[in-house]
Design a protein around this ligand. Structure first.
Ligand SMILES: C[S@@+](CC[C@H](N)C(=O)[O-])C[C@H]1O[C@@H](n2cnc3c(N)ncnc32)[C@H](O)[C@@H]1O
Length: 365
């Protein structure tokens, strides 16, 4: 018996499937890590579900021997500390988990308790008026914003982050020298993603966020606080606790302020008073009336010959209607503002729609 057993052992050893070599395991782990990061980045920013790398996940689930890759994705998304503290909407988390479950079930694997527990928690959670999106910077730092899901909420488009704002932020991160140690004015800031990314990563000396809508300004202020800045409001001193907090933490960021600036009301003196080296705006040309108001603002910026240096101006657009985009260019030509398209290499730091047609113009005042 022993002899027979021994004889059988040798072929059994050979037949055993070869386990992955150590370097193959490392590569597999790195691949799962990268995939989990893509899911994390999209999930925390509540990216639209079709834009997730589902096909790559399906491939990984098919080839992996256990459910560890799915558990890693769960940990990096729904169970991530940022999501627990500042969650995206209940509906979004529910849809995301349902999709994960579908992908898992399609492999014929045993149901995973942890995913069902997470889904149970989300199904029992109440939808709140306030929810969050978090955008990860290349440094790993996050920008967390209170946002609205609705494209138009409380009569404004300003309560959500738009793709052109993400695109402009990404371009700024690739070109920090334009902002470093300079004074920046942002028009139509909305709830602050672009400005916060610049304040956190590009070291401006001063950053002025502006908008005209009271609800947008309120949310903008909350978001600036949430991200650790202590803004001046309309040139007033920051609240006492903000100053104290900044002193206590030795905060060395830019001087940040929020100002109510309506394009149809702002005066030349007010704009000159802001002494901006760079003026930026994202997704502010979508309506002919607004376009004319914005051009009047641009005409009021210092233009060099009258004593003050003209700022560099950059405007990012999502081209929804080419006529609107061309009309803006024609109107700029009419008032003698030269423009030039700025080439951008999309690095996909932020999860905007990869099919959106977005462009950046530099204007010469
Ligand atoms: C489509 S949102 C873009 C927000 C942000 N820049 C982004 O990309 O996410 C347009 C913004 O312009 C602001 N806006 C519209 N009309 C304005 C005006 N007359 N004066 C100042 N801001 C205005 C809105 O309040 C809103 O925040």
């Amino acid at each position: 018996m022993q002899g027979g057993g021994a004889r059988q052992e040798a072929p059994r050893m050979e037949e055993q499937p070869k386990g992955p070599e150590p370097h193959e395991e490392e590569e597999e782990e790195a691949g799962i890590g990268k995939l989990a990061f893509r899911f994390q980045r999209g999930f925390l920013a509540a990216q639209r579900l079709p834009h997730f790398p589902w096909a790559d996940l399906e491939k990984t689930l098919k080839t992996s021997k256990d459910s560890s890759s799915l558990l890693t994705i769960l940990q990096e998304t729904v169970l991530h500390p940022l999501c627990l503290k500042y969650p995206p909407s209940v509906k979004y988390r529910r849809c995301f988990l349902s999709e994960l479950i579908k992908k898992h079930e399609a492999t014929g694997a045993e149901p995973l308790d942890q995913i069902y527990e997470s889904l149970g928690d989300v199904l029992n959670a109440e939808e709140t008026a306030q929810f969050y999106k978090s955008y990860l910077l290349p440094s790993g730092e996050a920008i967390t914003l209170g946002e609205s899901v609705a494209i138009i909420s409380q009569g404004t488009t300003g309560l959500m982050t738009w793709d052109a704002g993400l695109y402009l932020a990404e371009w700024a991160l690739e070109n920090p020298a334009i902002f470093t140690n300079r004074s920046i004015l942002e028009l139509g800031s909305g709830i602050g993603l672009t400005g916060l990314a610049i304040c956190k990563a590009c070291h401006p000396s001063k950053y002025t966020f502006s908008d005209h809508h009271p609800c947008v300004l309120q949310q903008l202020l909350e978001n600036i606080h949430l991200n650790g800045f202590a803004p001046d409001v309309c040139g007033c001193s920051p609240a006492k606790w903000d100053t104290q907090k900044a002193e206590l933490t030795g905060f060395k960021g830019p001087k940040v302020s929020v100002t109510e600036l309506d394009w149809s009301l702002v005066t030349k003196e007010e704009l000159v008073g802001l002494s901006s080296d760079v003026v930026i705006a994202a997704d502010v040309v979508y309506d002919p009336e607004l376009m004319h108001a914005l051009i009047r603002v641009l005409q009021k910026l210092p233009s060099g010959p009258d004593g003050k240096k003209a700022p560099e101006v950059y405007i990012a657009f999502t081209i929804r209607n080419p006529d609107t985009y061309h009309c803006f260019q024609t109107e700029l030509d009419k008032v003698g503002i030269r423009w030039q398209a700025v080439p951008c290499s999309q690095k996909n730091i932020f999860p905007y729609d990869p099919h959106a047609k977005i462009t950046l113009l530099r204007l010469f005042i």
